[in-house]
Design a protein around this ligand. Structure first.
Ligand code: ATP
Ligand code: MG
Ligand code: MG
Ligand code: MG
Length: 482
């Protein structure tokens, strides 16, 4: 099945069960001080769960564009290194607002995966909430009972409050959840180590695909729980992970969602995917971040120097850095991938075609400006590396690393990455000392009330135009060539 067929199969299945199919909400959230980006399918129904909004349809299904790069869910650092966490991903979901509850949710999840999609039952595991003394809650035996109609007892596993109890916030709707995990390893490997030992252990082939949340309590301000009069179901399934399981591949990036994008990257850089870890990671980072940035721009969030815009800028720069460092890109290239992305996802998400020119233009300009900064900084870092090696020292000077950070917007991890390739480390204590000193300087400067100022000084053929302060502790220096 193609990814498109899989997405439709999910929506059709729940349509047959009398669910209303709704559109994805925008990935960029406007006007909610608690959330910058949609990070789960339930976000757009928050007010219905809280009772602030009346229920339009008691049963709803959709695919939701999600972004997990900030706040409660931040997967950014995993992305590219593993093969199943993305920044932007689609979350398939079905909801019951005061309608059906655990039994139907569990039976339908099973029916969809095993009967409709034909995932072999012996590859599946379910987890249930083990209970919590703090909350005076017992194990979710109800859910376990429904699972045991489908699965042998030993494949219904207990999960902790962290993984198996969902809460919207400090107060409000909450409840136990049940996750479904799939074991995609070879039969030989499964025979050696049984899957239940690997569930929730970050194994790339034993992964969580679907989370079924049973919203049955309200947490009061004093911390106690009360049963809700109307109980709800909120489920979320990683679409890319489902496609991996159904297309017989072992990485989300080997599904047809990513294949063409990866192929285009291979073509542009002349390196094959699957040859070497470093270049594979870089290609995955680029393919993933392309989606996050393109959809953010399509939803109206341009890269900028504050808040949501800065998050998007950082994602794009991470992709540029990986492309520059490992795939030898010296010219903008990410904007060239938008066309393939549109060919893959444009039919489902029409905003990609509608905004294609803007997306390409914005990405290209961002790439150009960041590449200029990068190449100057990397030249400087090369000199630092030579200097360190000449002195036979194992660590790059902390002050030097700080200059790269402060003046060139090089995060410490980039400097560390390049240093490591040269078998060097970084004097992190020295770096932190400089950081402290910098903070003190700016505190003192603020006290002098000098007003706005811009310092112009020459650095390696570039003119320093001043710092842009950002929400993060990073100062980004802007440059223009002279
Ligand atoms: P994980 O434990 O793998 O990080 P999670 O428990 O944080 O996942 P949920 O919040 O339960 O995820 O989200 C529901 C589903 O969305 C998950 O079961 C998974 O299939 C998918 N999912 C979650 N995070 C990501 C991500 N970063 N990229 C792709 N799919 C994801
Ligand atoms: Mg997670
Ligand atoms: Mg999890
Ligand atoms: Mg989960």
């Amino acid at each position: 099945m193609t990814s498109k067929e899989i997405r439709n199969a999910f929506l059709d299945f729940f349509k047959e069960k009398n669910h209303q199919v709704v559109n994805s909400a925008p990935m960029v959230v406007k006007g909610d001080p608690t959330l910058m980006f949609t990070n789960a399918g339930m976000n757009q129904f928050k007010d219905q769960f809280l009772g602030n909004e009346s229920v339009k349809w008691p049963r709803v299904t959709d695919t939701q564009k999600c972004l997990r790069v900030s706040g409660k869910h931040n997967d950014l650092e995993e992305v590219g290194l593993d093969t199943y966490h993305h920044t932007m991903f689609e979350m398939l979901g079905n909801w019951s607002f005061g309608d059906y509850f655990k039994e139907e949710a569990i039976n339908w999840a099973w029916e969809f995966l095993v009967e409709r999609m034909e995932i072999p039952a012996e590859r599946l595991y379910a987890t249930v909430f083990e209970g919590s003394e703090d909350d005076n809650l017992e194990r979710d035996n109800e859910a376990a009972g429904f699972w045991e109609n489908h699965l042998p007892k030993e494949r219904v596993l207990n999960g902790s409050k962290k993984d198996n109890f969902w809460e919207m916030g400090e107060t409000g709707p909450c409840g136990p959840c049940s996750e479904i995990h799939v074991d995609l390893r070879s039969k030989e490997e499964i025979a050696r180590i049984p899957g239940h030992e690997l569930v929730n252990k970050d194994h790339p082939l034993v992964i969580e695909i679907w989370n079924l949340v049973f919203i049955q309590f309200n947490r009061r301000a004093n911390g106690s729980l009360e049963e809700l009069p109307a109980k709800h179901v909120d489920t979320g399934m990683g679409f890319e992970r489902l496609c991996m399981a159904l297309q017989g591949v072992t990485s989300n990036y080997d599904t047809d969602i990513f294949q063409n994008i990866i192929a285009e990257i291979e073509k542009l850089c002349g390196i094959k995917y699957g040859n070497e870890d470093k270049t594979d990671i870089a290609m995955r980072v680029v393919a993933d971040h392309l989606r996050a940035v393109a959809f953010a721009i399509a939803d109206g969030q341009l890269p900028s120097n504050n808040k949501a815009g800065y998050v998007i800028r950082r994602i794009l720069r991470r992709a540029v850095r990986y492309g520059y460092t490992f795939l030898s890109f010296r010219e903008p290239f990410i904007y060239k991938l938008v066309e393939v992305l549109k060919a893959t996802m444009g039919e489902t998400f029409s905003e990609l075609a509608a905004q294609q020119q803007l997306i390409e233009k914005v990405i290209k300009e961002e790439e150009e400006s960041f590449l200029r900064t990068l190449s100057t900084g990397i030249r400087l870092l090369d000199e630092m590396i030579s200097k360190t090696k000449e002195k036979n020292e194992p660590l790059i000077d902390g002050k030097d690393a700080f200059v790269l950070y402060d003046t060139f917007g090089f995060p410490l991890d980039l400097t560390a990455l390049i240093a490591r390739e040269n078998n060097l480390g970084i004097d992190e204590n020295g770096f932190q000392k400089e950081m402290e000193a910098q903070k003190n300087r700016s505190r003192n400067a603020a006290q002098l009330e000098t007003g706005d100022w811009v310092e112009i000084r020459k650095i390696d053929q570039t003119v320093f135009l001043g710092y842009d302060t950002t929400e993060a502790e990073v100062s980004i220096a802007r440059y223009r060539k002279v």
